[in-house]
Design a protein around this ligand. Structure first.
Ligand code: GLN
Length: 310
């Protein structure tokens, strides 16, 4: 019997496209302002590795902040729970993605906002890794999550490097509090390269399902990180993944998720599905408008809300 999923994805895509063209293209990275605002794609990956995709599914875009949960996962796997928790907290900040959000002890509040993500980048790779080695580990690790070798968009990377003052300021603050293990410039350079990795919605769905399947990539079969890491990462995504819209997202969509400034959104429902969405116009929190709408529809149609009693 033919799966009902492709028709559902098509219907959700059309419905969410017709619902309007609200939102603005990202303003913080000049190169992203050239994106085609009409692009829209959805993909879903099941726990057995079956993938479905509709819309502009072949279009590649930079992963941006969606990389954050995966780099957090790599840091946890490489350095262990205690060392990572010593450097980055797990409390929702209720702040915007680029806020100065530090606890009294100098730890960034969580790894999903920039200040925490820059700190986490420097924790990837074995203890004593150089900044270069951490960045190499991050790109290799992101590729393993996706199940294919990801390339970097050099133009977006260069564009973000030119406008990195705020991220540099965040990195210097953490360094001053003794929580950043690399030189601020090196950590920010590596973090920007991480954000510039190119993905499509299918990659997002597979990456999400890998987190939702205890760290085993459902397509390649590779165990990317241990299962305890995924529990930790998904918990932090559930509370902090959508920035200052995290509470609203949890009540309306109910799926641990992460968004990025280029318009991607990824969500993982443990043991069930991984979902990827892409559409470049963003709401005031920096989350894709059509992507968020699509998640809400899919959650309702497929009964995916975590708090929904079957
Ligand atoms: N690279 C972007 C930045 O640091 C990521 C932000 C985002 O996707 N929200 O500003």
């Amino acid at each position: 019997m033919r799966s009902p999923v492709p028709d559902l994805l098509d219907a959700v895509l059309e419905e969410c496209r017709d619902a309007g063209d609200d939102g603005e293209l990202a303003g913080s990275i000049p190169e992203l302002a050239d994106a085609d605002p009409e692009r829209f794609a959805l993909a879903l990956c099941t726990v057995d590795g079956t993938r479905y995709a509709v819309g502009d599914a072949e279009h590649r875009f930079t992963i941006q902040s969606i990389s954050k949960p995966f780099v957090y996962a790599l840091a946890l796997a490489d350095r262990g729970y205690d060392e990572v928790l010593d450097h980055v907290g797990v409390e929702p900040s209720g702040d915007a993605f680029n806020e100065i959000s530090l606890e009294d002890n100098g730890r960034p509040r969580n790894p999903m906002i920039n200040i925490g993500a820059i700190t986490t980048h420097a924790l990837a790779g074995p203890r004593g890794a150089t900044a270069e080695q951490s960045t190499a580990r991050v790109l290799e690790g992101l590729s393993t999550f996706a199940g294919r070798e990801l390339e970097v968009d050099e133009a977006v990377e260069a564009s973000e490097r030119e406008t990195a003052d705020r991220n540099l300021a965040l990195a210097y603050l953490v360094r001053a509090r003794g929580k950043l293990q690399d030189e601020p410039h090196d950590a920010v350079d590596g973090y920007i390269r991480q954000c510039s990795a190119l993905v499509d919605v299918r990659d997002l769905a597979v990456m999400a399902m890998t987190l939702g399947a205890g760290g085993r990539n459902p397509v390649t079969g590779e165990q990317v990180v241990p299962a305890w890491v995924c529990r930790q990462v998904l918990s932090v995504m559930a509370t902090c993944g959508m920035y200052d819209a995290a509470g609203d997202w949890m009540t309306t969509v109910g799926i641990p998720a992460k968004s990025g400034v280029s318009g991607g959104v990824l969500g993982a429902l443990p043991g069930q599905v991984g979902i990827g969405a892409f559409s470049p116009r963003l709401d005031r929190f920096g989350n894709s408008v059509r992507g968020s709408r699509a998640f809400e529809r899919l959650s309702t149609e497929m009964g995916l809300h975590l708090m929904h009693a079957p």
